[in-house]
Every structure is written in C-alpha cells, then in structure tokens.
Ligand binder design. Sequence first.
Ligand SMILES: [Zn+2]
Length: 266
Amino acid sequence: MKLNGILCNCKNQYLTKIFSYEKKPKKEKNFDIDKKYRRAFYQCNICDHIYSKLNFKLKNIYKSDYFEKTYKDINGVKKRFNYVNKLKLKNSDNKNRVLRINRYFQNKKDLSVLDVGSGIGIFLYEMKKKNWHCSGLEMDERYAFFSNKYLKIKVQNKKLQNFKTKKKYDLISFNKVLEHVPNPANLLKCAKSFLKNDGVIYIEVPDGKVKKLGKFRDEFCVDHLHLFSLASISILSTKAGFNTELAKRIIDPSGKYTIYSFLKKK
Ligand SMILES: [Zn+2]
C-alpha cells in the first residue's frame, strides 16, 4: 500500500487499519469530491504514526472553495479573528502557545519569527504584542490579505518552497500545519536555510493518542494526512535535519490532542 510521505523506516510493512469512512461525517464541510467518498487511517505498529489514505483528491482545498466554505468572506475572517482573539488565556490554545514559546526564549529581546501557514494571523498578532518581529507565509491569499491590511503584519502569499529572503530567523513556527502536507519532513527541511544557527523550530501537530476517543474527532478530519506520536516526531525531526530538544503531549484548552516540539539545528 502506498501512503503519504512515509516517515518511519518500517516502509509501510507494519500498518494496521484503525478507522475507515464510507461517507462524509455529518459535521464535515461539503468539499467537492470527484469520486465516491472513501478514506481510512492506518497506524504504524512500530512508531504509532497515523497515516491517512484518501480515495479521492483534495487538491483545491486551500483555494477559494475552501475559503468560501469556511469563512464566507473577509467579514467572516474578521469575525473569526475577533472571536479567537478575545478568548481568555485559560480558553485560548493560541495564547497558551505564545506563553510556552516566550518562556522557552526566556523573554529575550529583539527576536524574529517566521510563521509558516499563518492562517488568519492570530498567532503572529499575539507575538507582535510581545515585541517579536513578525512575518508569515500563507497559501490562502485572502488570509494573507487580511493579515497585511488589518493586522499590519507582513504575510506573503507563498509556499515555503518558493520563499526567498536573506534574513535568518530566531524562530520558525509550524502551528498545526505539518499534518496537512503529504510529506512533512520535506516541508520542514525547507525551513533550515532561513533559521539562525542557534534558532529554533516550533511545531504543533495532532496527537494520535486521540484515537481512543473515536473516529469522529476533529483530529481525524479529511484534510489531516498525518497524526503523530512522540516517536514519529523524533523521526520527522531527524529526517528533516534537526535535533528534538523537547516534545510534549498536551490537551489544548479547546480539547484538541496536540503534540508540541522545539527543534534545533544539528
Ligand atoms: Zn513507523
């Protein structure tokens, strides 16, 4: 069986099918799919990494369709931003993340961050308040537009693979991004040349442990191609050319099962 961007060294020999879906789950958005809805998740018996297998294409998910089906228009983005931004620390995944990162950096001064897949800009907005020099990359041009125009944060509508700069960053973040790409190690590798020698990569991904709560959890949504384990985080980090400084399982205030990790250059 051929699955997305194989991480582990078992070469897909030791996989167990854990969940399958023969029709669209009720709460899932109605994406245009060219074939019959069929997908499944397979788990590696050695490292516990979970791979998704889709029997249809999800190609245009980040184009206009996705935008319209998710937030309708720019006012929808504003509303969503204001809602998330107003959440108190105890209810905010984002504010806890920002706290975690700033503790790690021990509130050093004059730091720069590049956020890959910056979405509606909620993370960079909070980092800016903590005096970080903020830039982002976002595949959806309307999210990028929103960040530039309304948040005054420089976000380029570009893939990391096509990004060019002479700058080096103290921090490059991938917040709930790597699970969306077929080959997360390849994407992570691209960050290396933009990172200072003593810089840090911060990643957040869904934790495969959530499988005990059943197949209809958001972590098993259609656009998640990977769910991770502590072991597969370490494999990912090594494959991309980094050392894992710290990797931890948490339950976000929103209830999401998450693993976060700090990586450094070897
Ligand atoms: Zn494995």
